[in-house]
Design a protein around this ligand. Structure first.
Ligand SMILES: *Cc1c(COP(=O)(O)O)cnc(C)c1O
Length: 458
């Protein structure tokens, strides 16, 4: 064991990780990266097949982002946003407003996806008090949703495995069925879609005078295992929330910045939410940064004299960090210069073709895709729809096998998640999918084992 891993095991508690498994097995220690590859202390290279947990867009060590951060470092790394403005944060806010859906004109910075969601929930809650409707203080959340790990964002989460233990600590939203639940993926999609919309409308009709907002991951419930909503669902949710005067909060933390093949998932259905949470891809995967975008209407409801007590009392130490905003500006410039989204289309098509074949494998229940968000669901007995035993961690075992072949990926349960950086070339995507295919084959068909790698499931 090298000295760094020794120190890691002595001092670090890893996120979403059973540390017992981690301590008992060998782990990679990353020292550098090049393009879409990570390099460890042994000098081994691995494709970063999950974009370092869905954040990386243009690859690692992109010269333009590197330079933007270095240049900013020569000026100032950080000064507080409480009582001070700064140059890159102002510039970046303008660009964010330009690229985001119509009507989102104000930017509230924070540090990560969870805080972007907290901010949206608190803004929506306080907004209705200023509008003289303090009883509108509850939320609607979708089953299977994931909005982060802080207490507020967990309250609107719907993934039992992660959220159950904290239940006594949480506020209770109205839960509605996910139109992309696994059941709907397999049976009459149209019918189920309609039922989901009907349930939503019923809740809105009965309770809208108590509801501040509805929180949704537009198009793709990523952490639930890349569950895809049927076309038109998001648009319908927008229409209904408008009709019943409920704010729509779009959590684009995973789907934003090109992931779905458009800049934002909402763009696919021409939807403008009242609040939009963005983070992961916001700096191209370089720095922690997030933002909650909102409308003039909501912003103006908070204006007043001090005695009106309309201030939004929320903020973080590193809000509007200069280095992060400089990285964000550079990342959006690269989108333009490298025509990132235009050039993705051919790759999205290629992935679709390859997934058709992977979907036919004996132990693959379904291979789902939206843009460059891919989930391959493993299935013990496909004919009868019998999953693998939960304790077998098949998703994790397949991902460990992929690591032996030079690809770093992480599963969600038995769903093998593939989220390559958007800049990945056709050749690189083919190579990564080759590895995924062979790894699934070796583990599920040939019954091989993978080298132990603790805590590998989400
Ligand atoms: C990852 C994620 C979050 C949480 O973001 P963090 O930066 O991990 O706090 C929130 N919402 C969605 C949809 C996500 O995928």
């Amino acid at each position: 064991m090298n000295e760094f891993l020794k120190k890691d095991k002595a001092y670090i508690w890893h996120p979403f990780t059973q540390m017992k498994g981690w301590l008992e097995s060998d782990q990679m220690v990353i020292t550098e990266a090049k393009g879409i590859k990570l390099i460890d202390t042994e000098g081994k290279e691995y494709y970063d097949g999950v974009s370092s947990l869905w954040v990386n867009i243009h690859g690692h060590r992109h010269p333009k982002i590197d330079q933007a951060i270095i240049d900013q470092l020569g000026k100032v790394a950080h000064s507080t946003a409480l009582g001070l403005a700064n140059v890159p944060a102002s510039e970046f806010a303008q660009i964010l407003v330009e690229v985001s859906p119509e009507g989102l004109n104000k930017v509230f910075y924070s540090d990560d996806g969870s805080t972007a969601v907290e901010v949206a929930l608190k803004m929506a809650f306080q907004y209705w008090q200023h509008k003289g409707k303090p009883n509108k203080n509850k939320f609607i959340a979708l089953n299977q949703s994931y909005h982060g790990d802080t207490v507020g964002s967990v309250s609107v989460g719907g993934i039992d495995l992660f959220h159950r233990v904290f239940k006594p600590l949480l506020f209770e939203p109205y839960h509605i069925p996910s139109p992309s639940c696994y059941h709907c993926q397999l049976t009459q999609k149209e019918e189920c879609h309609m039922q989901c919309v009907e349930v939503l409308e019923k809740v809105l009709k009965e309770h809208h005078d108590k509801i501040a907002g509805l929180v949704i991951e537009p198009l793709v419930q990523a952490a639930a295992g890349m569950l895809m909503a049927p076309a038109g669902y998001l648009k319908r949710v927008r229409e209904l929330t408008k009709k019943y005067d409920v704010l729509l909060i779009a959590d684009e933390v995973a789907t934003g910045f090109g992931r779905t093949g458009r800049m934002f998932a909402c763009d696919n259905e021409c939807v403008s939410p009242d609040l939009m949470c963005i983070s992961k891809g916001i700096t191209g995967g370089y720095m922690p940064l997030a933002a909650t975008l909102t409308t003039d209407e909501i912003y103006h409801a908070f204006l007043g004299d001090m005695k009106d007590k309309k201030t939004f009392y929320h903020g973080h130490s590193y809000t509007a960090n200069q280095l992060a905003c400089a990285a964000g500006i550079a990342s959006l410039e690269i989108f333009k210069e490298e025509k990132t989204i235009e050039r993705m289309q051919e790759k999205i098509y290629l992935i679709r073709e390859r997934l058709e074949k992977i979907g036919e494998m004996v132990h693959v229940g379904e291979a789902r895709q939206r843009g460059m968000m891919i989930g391959i669901e493993l299935m013990n007995d496909k004919e009868n729809g019998v999953p693998y035993a939960w304790e077998d961690c098949m998703g994790a075992v397949v991902c460990m096998k992929a690591r032996e072949h030079g690809l770093f990926i992480r599963p969600v349960g038995d769903v093998v998640v593939f989220m390559p950086p958007l800049c990945s070339t056709v050749e690189e995507i083919n190579k990564m999918l080759d590895i995924i295919e062979i790894s699934i084959h070796e583990i599920t068909d040939l019954g091989e084992t993978a080298q132990e790698g603790g805590g590998a499931h989400f």
